[in-house]
Design a protein around this ligand. Structure first.
Ligand SMILES: Cc1cc2nc3c(=O)[nH]c(=O)nc-3n(C[C@H](O)[C@H](O)[C@H](O)COP(=O)(O)OP(=O)(O)OC[C@H]3O[C@@H](n4cnc5c(N)ncnc54)[C@H](O)[C@@H]3O)c2cc1C
Length: 374
């Protein structure tokens, strides 16, 4: 019998297990495939860590806190390289509400940044073609996290501090009443006082009643292009409804480019992880518009990952409505990775009895997509 079982060693589960252990609890961390595995949402080579969230101050605060926590952890485990300090560039049409909200939040919270006019964007990034009146916002302290390796580092540190790592998939159970124990597909039974389920895109399968369609799992292709000579920080483009983002070469990968739109429904177990000609054509068209010199750039690699999105894009961090000792932790909604340390801290606080913020409560999650958080 342990104090807490955390199920799922993605970024949310591993950071929560570490935090629970640091607060003195006995903790077991159960993982079906492996920490940061390629099917999981935390499984890619890189994830952006940026501070800007429009007027959504809570996420700016969490990103600031998480970046400090990531850097502290990486220093502790001797892997400072897991944060790549590239800076983050935003481009957006002048007056774009998200850019305006970001600048206001930065000013209020004292987040270091530069903002500059269209002419300066063109001067600094001559390879890029942007619509007229596109402004730039630069976050000099932000960059990219080496995602799958970072999750593995968190898990290793949790184990070093005494968390028991258990391999196996937790089998389904009735969604009702107090949970006494879980059973894995490898025949292991684990009893605990508190259970945290951080199963990412698998949450709807394990909790069809409470989660079900409250988290929608969508297909998200990512492309790596051969782009020699393109010098960019991490880049987020709000100047165009296709909403692309790019990560410069890190972790031995090439120039990463993806469109941040929700794809079609996706099964994290059986969904095909090869890209389609239509997906390739869409991202190539964007690349050619923004970087004419890369019109014919070779695709070096592709990945298909999945978003697990709540209706608004706010995370789901709350007690199961019918299970008093079960906590649901997920709904990363395409932007959760960077917040891993803040999520772990928040969930440990909830278990200690802290009140939850309304935006993360189960009761605020609808079934109809109405994305509000970017
Ligand atoms: C293409 C893409 C790009 C993204 N870009 C960014 C970005 O730039 N910046 C950012 O901050 N965020 C980004 N995100 C979002 C971020 O990666 C996710 O929000 C985050 O990784 C979700 O982590 P998680 O721990 O909730 O889920 P996961 O990483 O999926 O972890 C869940 C874990 O649970 C395990 N599991 C499932 N079921 C069971 C079971 N029954 N028993 C035991 N174990 C189980 C799985 O094997 C898995 O390891 C992106 C996501 C994608 C897909």
């Amino acid at each position: 019998m342990v104090d807490c079982v955390v199920v799922g060693a993605g970024v949310f589960g591993s950071c929560t297990a570490l935090r629970l252990r640091e607060s003195g609890r006995s903790v077991a961390l159960v993982e079906a495939i492996g920490p940061g595995n390629p099917k999981s949402s935390s499984g890619g080579a890189s994830r952006v860590i940026r501070m800007g969230y429009g007027a959504d101050e809570i996420y700016t605060r969490w990103a600031v806190r998480s970046l400090a926590a990531w850097k502290e952890l990486f220093a502790r485990v001797g892997r400072r390289d897991l944060f790549q300090h590239t800076g983050v560039l935003w481009t957006a049409r002048q007056g774009h509400p998200h850019a305006e909200g970001t600048l206001a939040a930065f000013a209020k919270l004292g987040v270091k940044h530069e903002s500059f006019a269209a002419r300066e964007v063109a001067r600094r990034y001559p390879a890029m073609r942007l619509p007229e009146e596109t402004i730039g916002i630069f976050e000099p302290d932000s960059g990219a996290l080496l995602a799958n390796q970072a999750v593995q580092a968190v898990t290793r540190e949790a184990v070093r501090l005494g968390v028991e790592a258990i391999d196996g998939a937790v089998l389904p159970f009735a969604e009702e009443g107090r949970l006494e124990r879980i059973v894995t597909d490898r025949g292991r039974t684990i009893e605990a006082a508190t259970f945290v389920f951080a199963c990412g895109p698998w949450l709807p399968k394990l909790f069809p009643v409470a989660v079900g369609r409250r988290i929608r799992v969508t297909r998200q292709p990512i492309f790596y292009f051969d782009a020699p000579g393109i010098e960019l920080p991490v880049w987020l483009d709000f100047s165009d409804p296709r909403g692309a983002y790019a990560v410069p070469p890190v972790a031995g990968k090439s120039f990463k480019l993806a469109l941040d739109q929700h794809g079609v429904a996706f099964d994290p177990d059986g969904g095909a992880r090869t890209v389609t000609p239509q997906e390739t054509a869409a991202v190539r068209a964007f690349l050619a518009d923004r970087f004419p010199a890369l019109r014919d750039a070779a695709v070096i690699e592709c990945e298909v990952c999945q978003y697990e999105s709540t209706s608004s894009g706010d995370f789901l961090l709350d007690r199961h409505p019918a299970m008093p000792n079960v906590w649901l932790v997920g709904g990363g909604s395409g932007h959760g990775f960077k917040h891993g340390p803040a999520v772990g801290e928040y969930v440990a606080g909830l278990i200690d009895g802290a009140p939850g913020d309304a935006r993360f409560l189960w009761g605020t999650k609808g079934e109809a997509a109405a994305r509000a958080v970017y």
